[in-house]
Design a protein around this ligand. Structure first.
Ligand SMILES: [Zn+2]
Length: 259
């Protein structure tokens, strides 16, 4: 994208006007915002994480209960990528939009905490994160930091310091409910916003993919930035089928330019 096409320039102007005119914008981010940071979409069969594993055998709640060692063996590769990853220009741009008062809440499907590391606050991690782990025996919650590195570096399985049962990262596995409180907040934010910006999500994973529809039904505008098409392209005010790490900085530059 060395030279901006007219269509992109027009889209940037529209997006800028919409963002400047909004009062309660919410962002929904997905895997596409973290792929430029080297984290593959772990739900995608092309991610490289599934070469020796069947997702339904390792990353589901049932299989975790039956065979946590298998889950952790798979998780180690992803956890290493997350530990090594740095936020990219898309994360920093959203943090800047938030600091400038244009964005209130960021709802993310990602488990890598890169939004927070880029300086964002009020981040709703609807699929959980590695920041905390919970005991499968006594439900005590512990800080991920104390366990994730030992596990990535030395394959040490995390056990509860209190009761000795296996700890499970607080991320949402297949077949598992979303964290109730966070999900409620995400639904509320989607209902109350006057603009939703979808950044790097192809809107395929339910129930999160339904949030922009909820926003539209309540009169919000919609800006979509995703490489591939989504089911809501036809309903959006502006659509970019581009790299979110290239488009977002351009938008933010225009939005925060002296008026
Ligand atoms: Zn315990």
């Amino acid at each position: 994208m060395s030279e901006l096409s007219e269509a992109i320039q027009f889209g940037l102007r529209c997006a800028t006007d919409i963002i400047r005119g909004s009062r309660r914008a919410v962002v929904l981010s997905g895997a596409g915002i973290s792929t430029p940071s080297g984290i593959p979409d772990f739900r995608s069969p092309d991610s490289g994480l599934w070469e020796h594993f069947d997702p339904f055998e390792v990353a589901s709640l049932t299989s975790f209960r039956h065979n946590p060692a298998n889950f952790y063996e798979w998780m180690r590769g992803l956890a290493r990528l997350i530990l090594d990853a740095q936020p990219n220009p898309a994360h920093f741009s959203l943090a800047k939009l938030q600091q400038s008062g244009y964005v209130q809440t960021i709802i993310t499907q990602n488990i890598d905490s890169l939004h927070q590391r880029a300086g964002s606050h009020n981040v709703l991690e609807v699929h959980g994160s590695l920041e905390t782990l919970s005991c499968t025996g006594c439900y005590q919650r512990v800080r991920g930091q104390d366990y994730v590195e030992a596990f990535v570096e030395r394959a040490e399985m995390p056990y509860c310091p209190k009761c000795g049962a296996i700890l499970k990262p607080d991320l949402v596995l297949m077949g598992e409910q979303l964290p109730a409180k966070t999900w409620l907040q995400a639904m509320q934010a989607s209902k109350n916003c006057d603009l939703m910006i979808v950044a790097g999500s192809s809107l395929e994973v339910l129930p999160v993919a339904g949030l922009p529809m909820r926003a539209l039904e309540n009169g919000a505008r919609l800006i979509l930035i995703n490489y591939t098409k989504t089911y809501l392209d036809v309903r959006a005010d502006v659509v970019f089928h581009e790299d979110v790490a290239e488009i977002l900085p351009l938008i933010v530059k225009q939005v925060t330019r002296a008026e």
